[in-house]
Design a binder for this molecule. Structure first.
Ligand SMILES: NC(=O)Nc1ccc2c(c1)=C(Cc1cc(-c3cccc(C(=O)NCCN4CCCCC4)c3)c[nH]1)C(=O)N=2
Length: 302
């Protein structure tokens, strides 16, 4: 059968490190030689840090999202005495963040090309009741054809059926105060998480999309500060500025996504219908009919 073990793989370079996991480039030792990203999770550390819940959420979320080209595929899982192993899709061109830094910033056509693919993957996630909660250029990978592959669902939230209506997790029937389980990466965390201590909702992912669009075109995230406290102040007070020359259509979309009230955010209120469709119908996408030439494979400066 296909019971796997580390013996089946030749280990290559380390691709990424987390607090209790390491992702390594591996190649199968038997033909057909295939490349994967092997995520090794340390059992001892997981138990000590009480992260078992997150580890299982990642596996269950990736299984629920299997089949979408914009989400990293989980091929198999196996374990040994010390570790859990997730055999994940290898995205050869790595993190979107690396490409933004390499080119300084993207031109509008490239930013629109990547945002359209990210929206397709996020729309699929939300339809399946998954909130990513930590969308950022480090978690948006690019494969050998520069196609988007979203990863790192270790901190995602898998909503129950009855929670799907407005994307908000239900309050505890016993009225116990909500213990906010997780806060995303400071630069990209939405104001409602910081101020009301709310759980994230679908709308939190839209805030992060606004930050990613800004960063692709500006070459930096909208909110930066020397300390997390100062960063949080800037986020809840919406203190950010566009660089000169920031394209008008993209500026308008960022301004509709970086809205403090999650319900007023574009796509943020499920009562207005499918959030992703509202973003896809924005002039950034509808007022530029792409020329017949194929989309850009690698980002180029404006
Ligand atoms: N937290 C997580 O779950 N993290 C994950 C999960 C899955 C996963 C994952 C992370 C991946 C990360 C990754 C990182 C890289 C990478 C890291 C450093 C440099 C490069 C790079 O320079 N790539 C482009 C140039 N290469 C040079 C080598 C030959 C091929 C082309 C890629 C490629 N893929 C991956 O491919 N698949």
């Amino acid at each position: 059968g296909n019971r796997r073990s580390t013996e089946d793989f030749e280990f290559g370079e380390v691709l990424g490190e987390g607090s209790y996991s390491t992702v390594t480039h591996v190649t199968t030792v038997h033909p057909p030689y295939r490349q994967y990203a092997l995520k090794v999770l340390d059992k001892e550390h997981i138990k000590r840090e009480r992260k078992t819940k997150y580890v299982l959420i990642e596996r269950d979320t990736l299984k629920a999202l299997d089949g979408h080209p914009g989400i990293v595929k989980l091929w198999w899982t196996f374990q040994d005495e010390w570790s859990l192993y997730y055999v994940l899709e290898f995205a050869e061109n790595g993190e979107l963040l690396k490409w933004i830094k390499k080119y300084g910033s993207f031109d509008l056509r490239s930013a629109r090309y990547y945002l359209a693919q990210i929206l397709s993957a996020v729309g699929f996630m939300h339809d399946k009741g998954v909130i990513h909660r930590d969308l950022k250029p480090e978690n948006i990978l690019l494969d050998r054809n520069m196609r988007v592959k979203i990863t790192d669902f270790g901190t995602a939230k898998l909503l129950k059926k009855e929670e799907m209506a407005d994307g908000h997790p239900l309050d505890d029937p016993m009225g116990r105060p909500r213990t906010r389980s997780f806060v995303g990466t400071p630069e990209y965390v939405s104001p409602e998480i910081l101020s009301e201590g709310r759980e994230s909702s679908f709308s939190s992912d839209f805030w992060a999309l606004g930050c990613v669009l800004f960063q692709m075109l500006a070459g930096r995230p909208p909110f930066q500060a020397r300390t997390e406290y100062l960063m949080f102040q800037k986020i809840i007070n919406l203190q950010y500025e566009f660089p000169l020359g920031f394209p008008a259509d993209a500026k308008d979309l960022v301004e509709k996504l970086l809205v403090v009230d999650p319900k007023a955010r574009l796509g943020g209120d499920p009562a207005n219908g499918n959030g992703i469709e509202q973003v896809k119908n924005h002039p950034l996408f509808t007022s530029h009919i792409a020329p017949s030439s194929s989309p850009p494979v690698s980002p180029t400066r404006a």
